[in-house]
Write a protein that binds this ligand. Structure first.
Ligand SMILES: [Zn+2]
Length: 241
C-alpha cells in the first residue's frame, strides 16, 4: 500500500512543479536548492549505507554497485549532453523552435519519470526504509521534472493547454512505474546493482540539473544555505529511521 500512496505524492509533486512553471513563482529556485541538498543527503546517508549493508550480508563485491553508480552517472550525463549537442548544432541556423522538439523532450522526461517510479517500487523490494528513502529523493526532484516538462513545451512554442497535457503524462508516469514493479522481483545482487545505478543517477541530476537551475538567475546565500540545510535535514531524519 505504502508504495502506491508515495506514488500519488510523486504525481502531486510533478503537478505542483508544472503549475508553478506555468505561473512562474519566484521561490522555485529556493525549493530546487533545498531539493539538491535532500538528494545528496539521501544518497550519502540512506542509499549508500544500505548498499554497504546488503553487500556485507550477501558477500557481494563492492565493485558491483560502484560500477553501477558510475554507469548511472554517465548514462544520464551522456544522454543529456548528446541532446544538448543536437540543440547546439541547431543554433547555428538561427533560433528556430519546433513544437515537436518540445514534445519529444517531454516524452523523454516522462520515460525518466517512469523509471523514477520503478526506482521506488524496487526500493520497497529491498525494504520499507529504502523504499521511503528513494521516494523522498524522487518526490523532491519530481517537482523539477514537472517544471522542466512545462518549460520544454513552452520554450518550443507549444500552447499552455498542450503543455499541461504533457505535464499530466509526466505526473502519471511514476505511478505506472511503481505499479509495474508488482509484476517482477529482482535478486539481491540485481537490487544492489539497481541501487548503485540509482545513486549515480541521483548524484548526476542533483549536481548537474537541479543545482544549476537553482542558480540560473544568480546565486544567493539563501539558496546555498538551503542546499546545506537539505543535506543536514536528511542526516537528522536518517538518525531516527
Ligand atoms: Zn525524475
Amino acid at each position: 500500500m505504502t508504495p502506491i500512496i508515495l506514488s500519488v505524492a510523486t504525481f502531486l509533486s510533478t503537478l505542483a512543479g508544472g503549475i508553478f512553471a506555468l505561473r512562474n513563482k519566484k521561490w522555485i529556485k529556493k525549493i530546487m536548492g533545498f531539493t539538491a541538498g535532500v538528494i545528496i543527503g539521501v544518497v550519502a546517508f540512506d542509499l549508500l549505507p544500505e548498499i554497504f549493508r546488503l553487500i556485507n550480508e550477501n558477500n557481494i563485491s563492492s565493485t558491483v554497485p560502484m560500477v553501477a553508480l558510475v554507469v548511472g552517472f554517465l548514462v544520464f550525463h551522456i544522454t543529456e549532453k548528446f541532446l544538448l549537442m543536437h540543440h547546439g548544432e541547431e543554433k547555428q541556423y538561427g533560433s528556430h523552435h519546433h513544437p515537436q522538439v518540445g514534445v519529444l523532450s517531454a516524452l523523454a522526461l516522462s520515460g525518466h519519470s517512469f523509471l523514477d517510479g520503478v526506482g521506488i517500487g524496487l526500493g520497497f523490494q529491498v525494504n520499507t526504509t529504502v523504499g521511503i528513502a528513494v521516494a523522498i529523493a524522487v518526490i523532491g526532484h519530481d517537482f523539477a521534472d514537472g517544471l522542466n516538462t512545462v518549460n520544454l513545451m513552452l520554450v518550443n512554442k507549444n500552447k499552455d493547454k498542450k503543455a499541461f497535457k504533457f505535464l499530466l503524462l509526466d505526473a502519471i508516469a511514476p505511478v505506472i512505474g511503481v505499479l509495474s514493479t508488482r509484476l517482477f522481483h529482482l535478486s539481491t545482487t540485481n537490487l544492489v546493482i539497481y541501487l548503485g545505478f540509482f545513486c549515480g543517477f541521483l548524484l548526476y541530476i542533483s549536481a548537474s540539473d537541479i543545482l544549476p537551475q537553482a542558480h540560473e538567475d544568480g546565486s544567493t546565500k539563501t539558496i546555498i544555505g538551503l542546499t546545506v540545510l537539505g543535506t543536514i535535514f536528511i542526516f537528522i531524519v536518517t538518525r531516527f529511521a
